[in-house]
Design a binder for this molecule. Structure first.
Ligand SMILES: Cc1cc2nc3c(=O)[nH]c(=O)nc-3n(C[C@H](O)[C@H](O)[C@H](O)COP(=O)(O)OP(=O)(O)OC[C@H]3O[C@@H](n4cnc5c(N)ncnc54)[C@H](O)[C@@H]3O)c2cc1C
Length: 550
């Protein structure tokens, strides 16, 4: 649990609450239970906010920001709260945009564009697009609850990023509210930026930083597709055209609040086939990945032995595993192809079987052409984290290094070197997810209630990130920076780039009002004062009516 409130806080909280109630028609909570609910996300952290507000419409964001600015209280936006690195937890005011700001504002079917409010959930958006033969292709496995605002702010991506890219590749523009109340449209800029003077000044400042740091950016920003660490200063053109929205994508609520986001849509693929590729050893799967990616699939997703075994023990997945997993493989790669006609897709499956045979794994492909069967198998992968955390006992797979990305040619070496680090610290790793782009979800199994295991967090993170850097990879490849990753930016990107991130933050938000302590000036990732299981943690002694001992 976070540090106790300062003496000023009760008075401030009462004043803030009454001002918010007067200025907005939305919901306002300052009670301990609700604040406690918003004190956590899907990370290891827990920080008690001062209060929570859910604006009724986008204009209320402005009123909330004005009050927060006048009261000197930080503001952190929140969508589905599924961030794994502590992006949505903070002191100050939490602004929940998911409750009311979830409209599909405009749909341009002919030009395949949609404009949405930030709180719309991805699955809800895709259900609305389906009748038009369209979909939004960025596909985090939290699609049933993550919001477009959160996806944009985290620069999220999913299994099919090898085909469709990240949010940065699919966001066309952002209607944004800056900390000082300036509202501006961040989008394509060619020539003089259109909008308020403050926007033009910001763009000029960004261009100057990009020009000055061009060599450093070229030398220090990883070239892998999956790099979402820090601010995307590499996307800013020092002169000529660029899309200013790309700088806000991945900014984790630290530069602006999003009122609306404009998205590029894709036609729904008519047909899909899936090859479940079996490997006797984990290293074989890692070595094979490059050859499978060369077949131009839309996804190559890893499922490791731990996940296979856990899934076999879960009633919801046991039948799926029995149907599609043969023998005792150490790893599976799920290789997906899509297209408009079924016949060429069957040829792609044959090519996959041939490639597997060439690699020495002939007969190792279970081909799934029936959409229902594909959905069953892909659901196991999509539920990967839930399956992994079903591990019994206090030791769980912990998210600290879980989305590092390395160039594919180094994947096999990287995974065995990382395994050696886990062994050195007396633990093991769980592995799954995006083999196609060298971004594996790997979690060391640690007990966050144990002082000894907490002590290993930093050592494992430091050694893993050093490894990633040596391979030219990214330490933050999917889930964002939050508290877990931000303090390592200096080590990964070097002091000049980190100073440039600081300049970007100061240019946008000189008062440090928006989600402070993320991306720049972050606390130590292993400061237990911010942990859910802090130093004083003990379970409540509860007398249950039913007997749960079994
Ligand atoms: C089981 C599990 C699986 C996951 N799988 C994936 C995956 O496959 N791919 C992937 O990329 N991620 C994945 N994630 C991480 C997470 O789901 C994504 O980052 C997701 O896009 C976050 O969306 P959200 O709505 O929950 O955002 P939140 O967690 O609520 O917020 C994310 C960030 O967005 C900011 N924000 C929210 N709304 C606004 C706004 N209106 N204006 C400005 N800033 C805003 C917040 O301040 C915060 O910094 C997974 C997480 C879990 C728990």
């Amino acid at each position: 649990m976070s540090a106790p409130a300062t003496a000023r806080e009760p008075i401030l909280a009462r004043r803030l609450e009454s001002r918010l109630r007067a200025a907005t028609s939305g919901e306002v909570w300052f009670d301990r239970t609700t604040r406690g609910m918003y004190a956590t996300d899907a990370s290891i952290y827990q920080i008690m906010p001062l209060g929570v507000v859910a604006p009724r419409d986008a204009d209320e964001l402005d009123a909330i920001l004005t009050i927060a600015r006048e009261e000197g209280v930080p503001v952190t936006a929140r969508g589905g709260g599924t961030s794994q690195c502590g992006q949505t937890v903070n002191r100050g005011l939490i602004v929940d945009v998911s409750r009311s700001l979830h409209a599909l504002v405009a749909l341009d079917v002919a030009n395949r564009r949609a404009r949405v409010q930030p709180g719309i959930v991805l699955d809800v958006l895709n259900r609305a697009l389906r009748p038009h033969g369209l979909f939004f292709p960025v596909d985090p496995s939290t699609a049933s609850r993550c919001t477009i605002g959160g996806m944009t702010a985290n620069n999220s991506s999913g299994a099919r990023s090898i085909r469709y890219g990240l949010m940065a590749d699919n966001v066309l523009g952002i209607d944004a509210l800056l900390a000082d109340g300036t509202r501006a449209w961040f989008g394509e800029i060619d020539g003089t930026p259109q909008g308020p003077a403050r926007y033009a000044e910001l763009i000029a400042r960004l261009r100057a930083i990009a020009a000055r740091e061009a060599d450093e950016i070229a030398a220090r920003i990883p070239k892998v597709l999956r790099n979402v660490g820090g601010y995307a200063i590499q996307s800013v053109a020092s002169s000529g055209a660029f899309n200013a929205a790309k700088l806000l994508v991945g900014s984790e609520g630290t530069l602006a609040l999003f009122r609306e986001v404009e998205l590029a849509l894709q036609p729904l693929p008519a047909h899909k086939v899936l090859g479940v590729c079996h490997f006797p050893r984990f290293a074989d799967a890692m070595r094979a990945t490059q050859a499978l990616v060369a077949l131009d699939p839309v996804a190559v997703e890893l499922v490791d032995r731990t996940m296979i075994e856990l899934a076999r023990g879960i009633p919801a997945f046991a039948a799926t595993m029995a149907k599609y997993v043969r023998g005792e493989p150490d790893a599976l790669l799920l290789v997906e192809f899509t297209g408009d006609e079924p016949a060429p897709l069957r040829e792609r499956l044959t090519a996959l079987e041939d490639t597997m045979a060439d690699l020495g794994f002939g007969g190792g492909v279970v081909a799934l052409v029936d959409p229902a069967q594909q959905a069953e198998m892909l659901d196991v992968r999509a539920q990967g984290l839930n399956i992994m955390t079903s591990m019994r006992g206090d030791a769980k797979p912990v998210s600290i290094i879980e989305d590092c990305a390395v160039p594919l040619e180094h994947l096999a070496e990287y995974t065995s070197a990382l395994t050696a680090i886990f062994t050195k610290y007396g633990t093991t790793g769980t592995w799954y997810a995006h083999a196609s782009v060298g971004c594996l979800h790997v979690r060391p199994v640690l007990n966050m209630k144990s002082e000894a295991d907490v002590g290993k967090l930093r050592a494992i993170a430091e050694e893993a990130f050093a490894l990633v850097r040596a391979y030219g990879g990214a330490h933050s490849g999917e889930h964002g920076d939050g508290i877990v990753r931000s303090e390592f930016h200096a080590e990964m990107f070097g002091p000049r780039i980190v100073a440039a991130f600081g300049e970007v933050k100061a240019a946008f938000d000189p008062g440090n009002l928006l989600n402070p302590g993320k991306i720049v000036d972050a606390p130590r990732m292993d400061d237990r004062a911010n942990f859910r299981y802090g130093p004083g943690y003990a379970p409540l002694p509860l007398e249950t009516v039913l007997d749960w001992s079994a």
